[in-house]
Design a protein around this ligand. Structure first.
Ligand SMILES: [Fe+2]
Length: 458
């Protein structure tokens, strides 16, 4: 007599793979994906098993009939998202239909009742995934990493993710395994990650379970964007106390303003996604984080010197330090470029990305209801130059706003500090004195020179 078995039917191959992944995280039951290569004989197994059949395979109908013949009394689970029109099983009673979440629950019930001969499950490296959460982030309101018990990381991609071959390669190199689902666009890449999926499914037998500590319960970790931003940016705050000594009260203000901006950014995908990306690129992350801290420090010091330091101006500056290069956060090479002529040797795509980033930053602000007022001009003008050689508008020193002028100087100074660890204040003062003469740069230049002479942190 054939062992008890269950058939899962789905129109969507990726739903089926998702369900198999979840089942394999819970049990060692044999999982069999019915494909064109399967024959009738292969269905007569003598061990409990779960079969999956995607209706997208060309011989799905024949495989289905063959399965019925071998397992006439056994249950069928149908993943039905309201688009299921496969009819032959309507005559049967032991059919369960539902979405991915309820199908998963039903299969878990079946595992404990219909398949009692299933050997006890052993520790496996997968964490249990909350399927309702998965359904939720299928809508892409959030992006989630799942850390497996072995330390492997699983990234779930879904609709709207901009994903290239390079992304796939990069994640593989970093040991981050990937699972893709949703949308035709993503489905087209599925063949590229089959190796990953297979590896995940194989994981329990390959992993060295002896290294695990079964007595210590492992809590599944699911990191949301909010968790990562909190951990990387708020719990390990930016250092705002360099290069100038800043009084405690102002330092506190800077930290609070930055914390408020970061907390509201969690709900804005346009800001949260680049912050997340940056947090996952350690060397760039350290550089950018320091630059944001130094720039905020310089801008607050200049503001104090010029008596600009209202809460509103501080908010504007700190926000701008975070946002102005945000679309370059994964391109440190471009992020370090300051002048229009620096991009002459770039590829056309990089040049376009670099030259458009001030306007892109302004677009982010337009969609951010928490953005401080009047921050647009700083973002738009942060690559303008005194002689009109900058971009995007080619404004000169009289047209560049005073706040943007201070911001441009803060970029230059903070980058100088970071790129030349043995920097010398006297040499830097000579540089800025030659570069920032006239127009709306006069006041911030005098302020910066006074600060450099008197209040620099040694
Ligand atoms: Fe920039």
């Amino acid at each position: 007599m054939a062992a008890k078995a269950v058939l899962i039917l789905s129109k969507d191959k990726i739903d089926l793979e998702m369900l198999f992944f979840l089942i394999s995280s819970q049990s060692n039951i044999l999982l069999i994906n019915l494909t064109e290569d399967f024959s009738d004989e292969d269905l007569s197994l003598e061990v409990p098993s779960i079969f999956g059949l995607s209706l997208s395979v060309s011989n799905a109908y024949d495989l289905f009939l063959a399965w019925i013949e071998n397992h006439v009394e056994q249950s069928i689970i149908i993943i039905d998202k309201g688009n299921f029109s496969f009819k032959p099983f309507l005559i049967r009673n032991n059919i369960f239909k539902g979405n991915l979440a309820v199908c998963y629950q039903e299969i878990k019930n079946l595992l404990s009742t219909l398949l009692p001969s299933n050997p006890p499950t052993t520790a496996c490296e997968y964490v249990q995934i909350n399927i309702s959460t998965l359904e939720h982030f299928g809508l892409l309101e959030n992006d989630i990493y799942i850390e497996l018990k072995t330390g492997r990381k699983l990234k779930i991609f879904s609709a709207g993710d901009r994903l290239t071959k390079e992304d796939i390669h990069r994640y593989v190199q970093k040991g981050i395994y990937q699972l893709f689902f949703k949308t035709n666009e993503i489905a087209r890449t599925i063949s590229k990650i089959e190796k990953n999926l297979n590896d995940l499914v194989k994981g329990p037998s390959d992993s060295n379970l002896a290294d695990q500590k079964p007595d210590i319960p492992v809590t599944p970790k699911i990191k949301t964007i909010s968790d990562i931003i909190k951990e990387k940016y708020i719990d390990a705050p930016l250092d705002f106390n360099f290069p100038f000594n800043i009084e405690k009260l102002h330092l506190y203000t800077l930290k609070q303003v930055a914390k408020d901006i970061l907390e509201t950014s969690m709900t804005n995908e346009l800001i949260a996604q680049p912050l997340l990306k940056l947090a996952n690129a350690p060397s760039t992350f350290q550089y950018v984080k320091k630059r944001i801290g130094h720039m905020s420090n310089i801008l607050l010091a200049i503001s104090k010197e010029l008596e600009w330091e209202t809460k509103s101006v501080i908010e504007r500056f700190v926000y701008a330090t975070l946002i102005h290069d945000i679309i370059l956060f994964d391109r440190l090479d471009l992020l370090k470029l300051q002048y229009n002529q620096d991009c002459e040797t770039l590829s056309a795509a990089d040049k376009s990305l670099f030259l458009s980033h001030p306007k892109e930053a302004v677009l982010i602000v337009k969609d951010d209801r928490f953005a401080p007022p009047n921050v647009d001009s700083i973002l738009l003008q942060h690559h303008e130059r005194l002689d009109g050689s900058g971009f995007p508008e080619g404004l000169n020193k009289h047209k560049i706003s005073p706040y943007a002028a201070a911001f441009i100087m803060a970029i230059n100074f903070s980058q100088y500090i970071l790129d030349f660890p043995n920097w010398n204040i006297k040499e830097y003062l000579l540089l800025i004195d030659a570069e920032y003469k006239g127009g709306n740069f006069v006041k911030p230049l005098h302020a910066l020179e006074a600060l450099c002479k008197n209040k620099i942190v040694s």
